[in-house]
Design a protein around this ligand. Structure first.
Ligand code: AMP
Ligand code: MG
Length: 486
């Protein structure tokens, strides 16, 4: 296979940033790379040839033994607030091979995760286990189906080597595709370990890559800050709409592009409860479902702090500008949240009381431990015999109010149902389903995962074959706990 046949068209613009931002680093070679799952749809979007890549040559690339032509592998430097504590981090087990230029001229990072030690590995082995890498594959691709901005997964390759965790695990490498891997933490790194020119170079690079329309703005760095705030507010609102809990919203896990990144201990909420936490390491509930918007705002404050030297030459003035921009976050988030919730309730226009109508429903769901996804699905199709909550007097009153509200807009019942079914997924990657798929894959059977991915590719389809994926986990599978997955 030549690279031409496989379709690689690589550049590495990141390596043209000042040298403090990375360390050139090849992936560590592995014993016997083998591709266990490959994303043909994504390969096609990237201009890659699936057939050519599902070969030994492809396995050599996805395992880290060969570098596609034009690649210039490097580990990125970044810092981050982890559970509130600031640390130097960096790619400790990942390398950026380069950026694939797609046939329509877009640029996507191609990163190997689990590809061995780097100068930023600290005490870690630089490796990843098959289970956690398949988990990232499943959840990130499910996010694509749900219509939520996210990094993507091109392939998972096993390495033919075992890694040591609590038990021995099959070693694996995930090929992650992202608009970029620029993080809030990359800017914190620049602000703490670089000079203003390094910071400016990074900001200009990020603007050029993700917000080119801002290049003409008078204060492009302020405009940049405001736009990242906007994209993150929109992203987190989308998470809330589907009950996605990221689990480790550290500042190194928040992108500048507005994509969801780093699927570690994330999971989807079954029963509606804002206090839901799945991650075994999040003991204080810092990253609970209901906290995600606040943490988003907190992280963006760290981003604004890092940008201060670029916002204005007078520090006081810079702080004022940053504070003004940050003060808009709660409003933007709420407006994004409410518009998405209106769609979920079939509302085409806005009324002042919508906020209370939405809050009342969520409160009822919380009180009656209703399944989040299935409640909205039942409302969509008027199947109000499915849960205990629907039999209560309070719900009946809420339902009357909602019907009254629907009656005050001109759209027909059919229009309302169409809007709702387009905005309420029939399926989410339920935790027990994800576990089941990973377990089967660990035992050499990929069919369960392939089926789950197929179902999750069209979550708004509302077709009969989704039925068996709609059921919440049996009580025996709860409380569900996720682990950091290193
Ligand atoms: P994460 O929790 O995945 O966001 O990772 C936090 C930091 O730990 C990042 O700098 C990772 O690169 C690093 N890290 C995670 N696992 C490993 C590992 N097995 N070896 C080296 N570094 C790691
Ligand atoms: Mg991370």
């Amino acid at each position: 296979m030549t690279d031409n046949q496989a379709g690689w068209k690589m550049d590495n613009s990141y390596s043209r940033l000042p040298k403090i931002f990375y360390s050139l680093q090849k992936p560590t070679t592995v014993k016997a790379p083998e591709v266990v799952i490959f994303n043909e749809t994504l390969a096609e979007e990237l201009g890659l040839d699936s057939e050519a890549l599902q070969s030994d040559d492809g396995a050599a690339i996805f395992g880290g033994n060969e570098i596609p032509e034009g690649g210039n592998p490097l580990a990125q430097a970044y810092a981050g607030h982890q559970f509130g504590h600031f640390t130097m981090l960096g790619d400790g087990r990942a390398v950026l091979l380069g950026e694939q230029i797609t046939p329509d001229g877009q640029r996507f990072d191609i990163q190997l995760k689990g590809s061995g030690r780097t100068p930023y590995s600290r005490g870690g082995d630089g490796r990843a286990g098959l289970g956690p890498m398949l988990r990232e594959f499943i959840i990130s691709e499910a996010m694509v189906g749900l219509g939520i901005p996210t990094t993507r997964s091109l392939a998972v390759a096993t390495t033919g080597e075992e890694i040591i965790r609590e038990t021995m695990q099959t070693g694996a490498v995930l090929t992650r595709v992202a608009a970029s891997h620029l993080r809030v933490g990359t800017f914190q790194f620049a602000a703490n370990w670089g000079d203003t020119e390094d910071l400016r170079a990074l900001a200009d690079y990020a603007i050029n890559r993700h917000y080119p329309e801002l290049e003409k703005e008078e204060n492009r760095y302020l405009a940049f800050l405001k736009n990242v705030i906007r994209r993150q507010a929109a992203l987190i609102a989308k998470w809330q709409h589907v009950g996605f809990i990221h689990g480790v919203m550290n500042t190194d896990n928040m992108t500048i592009s507005g994509e969801t990144i780093d699927y570690g201990p994330c999971a989807f909420m079954d029963t509606y409860d804002p206090a839901t936490v799945f991650s075994s390491i999040d003991r204080d509930g810092r990253y609970a479902y209901g906290n995600q918007p606040y943490i988003g705002g907190w992280n963006l404050s760290r981003f604004a702090e890092a940008l201060l030297p670029l916002l204005h030459k007078e520090e006081d003035e810079a702080v004022k500008l940053a504070e003004e921009a940050l003060s808009e976050f709660p409003e933007i988030f709420e407006s994004e949240f409410l518009s998405g919730m209106r769609l979920k309730l079939g509302l085409f226009n806005e009324e002042k009381e919508d906020k209370a109508l939405i809050a009342d429903l969520l409160n009822l769901m919380n009180q009656h431990k209703a399944d989040y996804t299935n409640t909205f699905k039942a409302l969509t199709f008027g199947k109000l015999n499915e849960s205990e909550m629907f039999k209560t007097e309070e719900f009946t009153q809420w339902h009357e109010k909602w019907q009254g509200r629907l009656g005050r807009q001109e759209q027909s019942k059919e229009d309302v149902q169409d809007l709702m079914s387009d905005n309420n997924p029939a399926v989410i990657p339920r935790n027990h389903r994800v576990e089941e798929a990973i377990e089967a894959a660990n035992n050499g059977d990929l069919n369960v995962m392939v089926k789950l991915l197929e179902i999750m590719a069209n979550p708004y389809e509302h077709s009969p074959d989704q039925e068996e994926f709609c059921k919440p986990a049996p009580p025996s599978a709860r409380p569900y706990r996720t682990f950091c997955g290193t």
